[in-house]
Design a protein around this ligand. Structure first.
Ligand SMILES: [Fe+2]
Length: 274
């Protein structure tokens, strides 16, 4: 029987020229709140407080977006993440893609826990930081643009947690795109671009990098996603609800809902006619 905790949404991305179909699991906003034997009493109490707050808030998000929420979802952030990882291990995807707010905030027990769990998971993974996190977390993610290479396409991790992207990252993205290999971008904050501006704006200004922002790097990032032929899809999170919009016609941006309620986006990339 299907686990009532998990909510799996399937999508497919066709990239002409891709030889082997590959499946990825995309998870976002796990917001892990963790304490362990190394936590001081005050740290443990603080983590328990964050977890209690999410128990309420994640339900409010789920109700707001009309997403499944029941008894099965009333588990701690830690249990939620463990159950997703246990299932992912059985699934054995090409890679696990974690699109940010993996931790509720940077805290030593949470960082220890996340890096240990990912090591135990054993398979390939790619994490980006969210707005609750720092630019690097040893064992989970490093700073800068990073890629997973598959020969006929690549997955590219970009840090946009501060609602902008650094000059260095933008230059690196442009260089990767110039190579012409199709790419799927993974970042935390979605964009409001020419094709999805009205829909994304409805979530509120805090929830997307708008192509009309006053920030030059933010505008350059959105224009890059709109115009670079190499970019075929954007995977992100941040809004705590599932959405599937088009940056420009034919180029989808998918926000994974919150991992805290058992949401997993399963993406299959395959070849074929566009
Ligand atoms: Fe979040």
């Amino acid at each position: 029987m299907a686990d009532p905790f998990l909510w799996i949404v399937d999508n497919e991305l066709v990239i002409p020229g891709v030889r082997d179909a590959r499946t990825f699991l995309h998870v976002s906003d796990a917001h892990l709140c963790v304490s362990d034997e190394g936590s001081a009493p005050a740290e443990a109490a603080e983590a328990a407080g964050w977890d209690a707050r999410w128990m309420k808030t994640k339900e409010e998000f789920a109700r707001h977006f009309g997403e499944p929420f029941g008894e099965a979802q009333r588990v701690s952030t830690r249990e939620a993440f463990d159950r997703i990882l246990a299932w992912a291990r059985e699934e054995g995807p090409e890679a696990l893609l974690l699109s940010g707010d993996n931790l509720e905030r940077m805290h030593p027990a949470g960082e220890r826990y996340l890096s240990r769990r990912l090591r135990e998971y054993g398979g390939p993974f790619l994490c980006v930081p969210g707005n609750h996190e720092a630019e690097a977390c040893p064992g989970a993610w490093e700073s800068g643009v990073r890629t997973l290479e598959y020969g006929d396409f690549r997955i590219v991790a970009v840090d946009d947690r501060l609602m902008t992207v650094s000059d260095e990252a933008l230059d690196r993205l442009a260089a990767l795109a110039a190579e012409g290999l199709p790419m799927i971008l993974v970042c935390h904050v979605p964009v409001a671009a020419s094709g999805n501006r009205e829909k994304m704006r409805r979530f509120g200004g805090y929830f997307a990098i708008d192509g009309e922002t006053a920030d030059g790097n933010g505008r350059r990032f959105v224009r890059f996603l709109e115009e670079a032929d190499a970019v075929r899809m954007v995977l992100c999170g941040h809004i705590h609800g599932y959405s599937d919009t088009e940056i420009v016609p034919g180029k989808r941006q998918i926000t994974a809902s919150q991992g805290m309620i058992g949401f997993v986006h399963r993406l299959t990339v395959r070849g074929g006619a566009a």
